[in-house]
Design a protein around this ligand. Structure first.
Ligand code: DOR
Length: 400
């Protein structure tokens, strides 16, 4: 698909200029000023165009819990939030411990033709906390392993998992929670597991990505590990950098102001690799029953932009880096940058628009959010994948 974007403020991790982008056969073919190509054109005066966002941490609940979300509703929520790539977690039913489930997800997603997906496989078979043999039979399309939501409780098993993952060139995504401490002290529970896994990386030389980091102590330990050169990356969620002293049920819980400030300082200093939404849609009934999670894809940009850029902490380049180029590098895909040959996956944004979040308007099946009724800056106006307009929130196309 060929498409010309005209007159936008174009921003990625290392560019910020007024100009045009030309996408040919789905890839970025040219960018600069005063480009002329005879094809479909979008005029973007007063709008910002960035590489679309890449989410390291998403739950679509398909197969098994499709009343909460399915690949169709989740992918549409992603597009409305400016995302064209998500990394799905394995806590489906059946749990994703085999290529059979991976193949089901990838095939269905391909048929939908909405966004691109990586399906994470569980570290232990069916989250049983001990069996690792299934890792031997994974296909080369698998890049991440995670027992997200549960974590691997036994240190000896996690030690073997790091070694096995390393042999296969896989990255372990860890939800850091010591189950034996969770109900006693959730902060200690996250910290202890973070310390343990960093120590395991130090010993095994494995590769770790730390999910939804929420405490000051955890991020400090990660910074220490990074300074030492350990092979670790981490993500923070929009809710953990914008809320504190709030009892909305999410795991890890919303922490204190000190924690929020420590996470923001770490982002400013370049120690946070990615914003991960931890998009966790639930039905109203499940939420009433105590389910943890926030439906986050549709609000991630506005919250992150407001908390980080509008509030003066980081530049828009830096936001693009943690929402697009860094996660693109971690996933190892040709997305997340405005570069010749990269996928023509872009998001069109109105940064001057103040929006009020209305969960009733979510296209996700999950309306669960603590942000309903709250105001933020920045709206996703359109999302483009491989030169095709996949979400249009009100942009005009000149069809030539
Ligand atoms: O709040 C959460 N919800 N945290 C998790 O780790 C899992 C997720 C879910 O799957 O609902």
């Amino acid at each position: 698909m060929n498409l010309l974007i005209k007159g936008a403020r174009i921003v990625d991790f290392n560019k910020d200029f007024k100009g045009d982008i030309y996408i040919e056969k789905g890839k970025i073919k040219d960018f600069g000023s005063n480009l002329n190509y005879d094809c479909k054109t979008i005029h973007c005066d007063n709008l910002v165009v960035m590489p679309s966002f890449i989410d390291m941490h998403t739950h679509f609940r398909d197969p098994g819990f499709t009343y909460k979300e399915d690949l169709n509703s989740g992918s549409k929520a992603a597009l409305k939030g400016g995302y064209t790539f998500v990394n799905l977690m394995a806590n489906t039913n059946p749990i994703c411990s085999s290529m059979e489930v991976v193949d089901y997800v990838l095939k269905k997603s391909e048929e939908l033709n909405l966004i691109d997906i990586h399906q994470t496989v569980s570290i232990t078979k069916d989250f049983d906390g001990k069996t690792l043999e299934h890792i031997d039979s994974l296909g080369k399309e698998i890049r991440f392993l995670s027992d997200d939501g549960k974590g691997v409780q036994e240190s000896g098993v996690m030690y073997e998992a790091f070694k096995k993952a390393k042999e296969k060139g896989l990255i372990i995504i860890a939800h850091e929670e010591d189950a034996s401490l969770a109900s006693i002290d959730s902060r200690l529970s996250e910290n202890i597991m973070t310390f343990r896994d960093i120590e395991l990386v130090r010993t095994t030389k494995g590769r770790l990505h730390l999910a939804h980091v929420s405490t000051k102590e955890s991020i400090e330990e990660i910074i220490k590990g990074k300074k030492e050169g350990l092979n670790i990356t981490c993500e923070v969620t929009p809710h953990h950098i914008s809320l504190y002293d709030n009892s909305y049920k999410v795991n890890p819980p919303i922490r204190n102001k000190e924690d929020v400030l420590a996470l923001i300082e770490a982002i400013k200093a370049g120690y946070v690799d990615a914003i991960g939404t931890d998009h966790a849609p639930h039905s109203a009934e499940d939420k009433r029953g105590g389910a943890c999670g926030i439906s986050g894809l549709e609000t991630a940009f506005s919250i992150s932009y407001t908390a980080l850029v509008r509030n003066g902490h980081i530049s828009l380049n830096k936001l693009s880096q943690i929402m697009s180029s860094n996660p693109g590098n971690i996933v190892d895909i040709n997305k997340g940058k405005i570069e010749i040959g990269y996928d023509g996956d872009l998001v069109v944004l109105d940064l001057n628009k103040e929006i009020e979040i209305n969960s009733k308007e979510f296209v996700s099946k999950g309306k669960n959010t603590p942000f309903h009724g709250k105001k933020f800056w920045g709206e996703v106006v359109a999302t483009i994948k491989n030169g095709n307009l996949k979400y249009n929130g009100g942009i005009e196309i000149d069809n030539r």
